[in-house]
Design a protein around this ligand. Structure first.
Ligand SMILES: Cc1cc2nc3c(=O)[nH]c(=O)nc-3n(C[C@H](O)[C@H](O)[C@H](O)COP(=O)(O)OP(=O)(O)OC[C@H]3O[C@@H](n4cnc5c(N)ncnc54)[C@H](O)[C@@H]3O)c2cc1C
Length: 547
């Protein structure tokens, strides 16, 4: 409004969890941004309540995980019941090498509040509240946003715009982008109640309870003695009817009676929602990049919304930072779209199955679902059909950024090209991901033997010394830490856990992208191969990143 016309490098529309995380991720690479938020505060009401382990690992990379861990409630199992009998127990994958349990229950407003605290303290992040984006115009070199504020309108020009403005994205509508996929007719009430209930932190699911025949109920514990009760409405019931206080109270009492906790409670929040499996077919449109709910709308079964968005922003931020810093060309951004659209489509497929099980959209699917439920009372083989397919880290195995596929195939196990790194417990409270920390850039894992660095590995260290962009070299050694000034951190792994989990032997090299997905690995590598793989991963190799 003061008439400054200089283009900002990045404007992020929307300071929800994904806009905030993108801002912090860009800042790690030294990229400043303006964060535009139409509201005057973080979100209110009950929305996402579960962070997955992968999300916590991403948040650890941003250096913001501590308050979340302190506040949240970790959990690792869920149980499903039918006609009062437990028919399925899901133990979510957990390994003694993991730092975090598979799930952490924490309300979205805390996630946003904590992220916001870090953003507000960061000199590269300019947060502007009460600024509603109402217009967008793209030129060859910049995008101009029209912004409505309580003090009037102004225009802001940015080289790149990240649209993180949520499920009702204004940017998506202004650009007339249409989503593919489907919406489901079943509607659910979310009611958060405050109550002292003495049950462990786990996810409970009840099919066909006597008080809500044919439908299902989910119960989840949250911090602050809050409990999320989530149930499907009987067909034909309207949102107003479902939220009518006397009816809602009767139903909540019925749930409490079902879990044998007839305690005093107060309603904290209630709303009605429905499930969608919708995604854009492209997340990159010129200089406008869509992310989070602005790019896809996913069912909440399997905690997909916020956790998918965090994987989007972690994938997008490094690529955008590389382009802005002149370390890569804009076509690198096409790989963001390729990788994350594929992830969104996989989630729509998986989430669609969960949704059809929760809210059968036709008499046929209902018949099948009910058959599975009733047989599960006596037959074990059907239980896997009740797996609710929780949000998972995505595997970019087909990414154009991966290199040396043949060398990848020489491994029998370990972390394949496209997969995210696996954490390793090295000592009591010391993990591989702590050594990586929040360092921004590529990572090279070099495995050595008792004799220390070989000539090949020394040459690789020398060849990656003075690159334009940051690359962190991490030496894994079975001995007490080597005294080698060439490496960044040196990981002493006397028990060999890293070697076995990574199917590594002395001489093995892993090249890892800034979002911690492996993009090349070799049993034995030479410096030329590593440099070639880095060219591929930054979009410079021929044939790479062409959409
Ligand atoms: C009732 C409900 C329950 C949910 N439960 C779960 C759950 O259990 N698990 C789960 O993983 N997910 C859940 N979700 C989904 C989860 O909340 C979203 O996936 C998550 O909020 C997406 O984050 P985002 O930053 O992409 O979008 P949002 O959180 O929607 O943030 C978008 C931001 O953009 C701002 N904005 C919008 N338009 C403009 C504009 N024109 N100009 C400037 N600012 C703008 C908004 O004010 C908002 O702050 C739930 C959602 C709802 C609604």
């Amino acid at each position: 409004m003061d008439g400054e016309r200089r283009a900002k490098p990045v404007a992020i529309v929307g300071a929800g969890p994904i806009g905030l995380a993108t801002a912090l991720d860009l800042a790690r690479f030294g990229v400043p941004c303006v964060l535009l938020e139409e509201d005057l505060q973080v979100s209110e009401g009950s929305r996402a309540i579960v962070l997955t382990r992968r999300s916590l690992e991403i948040l650890q990379q941003l250096g913001v995980e501590k308050p979340l861990i302190e506040k949240g409630l970790p959990w690792s199992q869920g149980r499903s019941f039918y006609k009062g009998q437990e028919i399925y127990k899901m133990l979510m994958p957990y390994d003694s090498d993991d730092r975090y349990l598979p799930g952490l229950n924490i309300q979205q407003q805390y996630i946003e509040e904590y992220l916001l605290g870090y953003c507000e303290r960061h000199p590269l992040i300019d947060i502007r509240w009460g600024q509603r984006v109402v217009a967008i115009a793209q030129g060859d070199a910049a995008v101009t946003l029209g912004i409505d504020t309580p003090d009037g309108e102004y225009e802001l020009t940015a080289e790149w715009v990240v649209a993180a403005d949520g499920g009702r994205s204004t940017v998506r509508k202004l650009m007339q982008l249409r989503m593919e996929g489907r919406s489901y007719p079943g509607r659910f009430v979310i009611a958060d109640i405050k109550a002292k209930i003495d049950l462990p932190t786990e996810r409970l699911c009840f099919f066909d309870p006597a008080w809500n025949p044919g439908n299902n109920v989910l119960v989840h514990r949250q911090p602050d003695d809050l409990w999320r009760i989530d149930f499907r409405l009987p067909d034909g019931e309207t949102e107003e009817q479902a939220l009518e206080p006397a009816l809602l109270k009767r139903r909540i009492n019925a749930v409490l009676s079902m879990i044998k906790q007839e305690v005093e409670w107060q309603l904290d929040w209630a709303t009605v929602y429905s499930a969608n499996t919708l995604t854009l077919g492209k997340f990159v449109h010129g200089r406008v990049l869509l992310t989070g709910d602005a790019a896809h709308l996913l069912p909440i079964f399997g905690v997909r919304g916020i956790n998918t968005g965090l994987q989007d922003s972690n994938n997008l931020a490094w690529k955008l930072a590389f382009v802005i810093n002149g370390w890569a060309e804009p076509p690198l951004l096409d790989s963001y779209s390729q990788e994350r659209v594929q992830a969104a489509r996989e989630i729509c497929e998986e989430g669609g199955k969960s949704t059809r099980f929760m809210t059968p959209p036709s008499p046929g699917t209902r018949l099948l679902r009910d058959a599975v439920l009733s047989w599960s009372l006596s037959e074990d083989f059907l239980k896997d059909l009740m797996h609710w397919r929780t949000s998972r880290p995505h595997d970019y195995r087909d990414s154009s950024l991966n290199a040396f596929a043949e060398a990848d195939r020489e491994f029998h196990d370990g972390v394949a090209c496209g997969q995210p790194l696996r954490n390793i417990k090295l000592a009591a409270n010391d993990h591989l991901f702590d050594a990586i920390g929040s360092k921004a850039g590529f990572h090279l894992l070099l495995f050595v033997g008792e004799e220390g660095l070989t000539r090949d590995l020394r040459e690789i260290l020398a060849a990656t010394e003075n690159l334009a962009y940051p690359i962190h070299r991490l030496i894994v050694t079975p001995a007490t830490p080597l005294d080698d000034p060439q490496a960044d951190p040196i990981v002493g792994d006397a028990q060999g856990r890293t070697y076995s989990k990574y199917d590594a032997s002395p001489g093995t090299v892993y090249l890892v992208r800034p979002d911690l997905h492996v993009c090349a690995r070799w049993r034995r590598a030479n410096p030329l191969q590593v440099v070639q793989a880095l060219r591929q991963a930054t979009g410079f190799a021929e044939g790479c990143c062409l959409s």
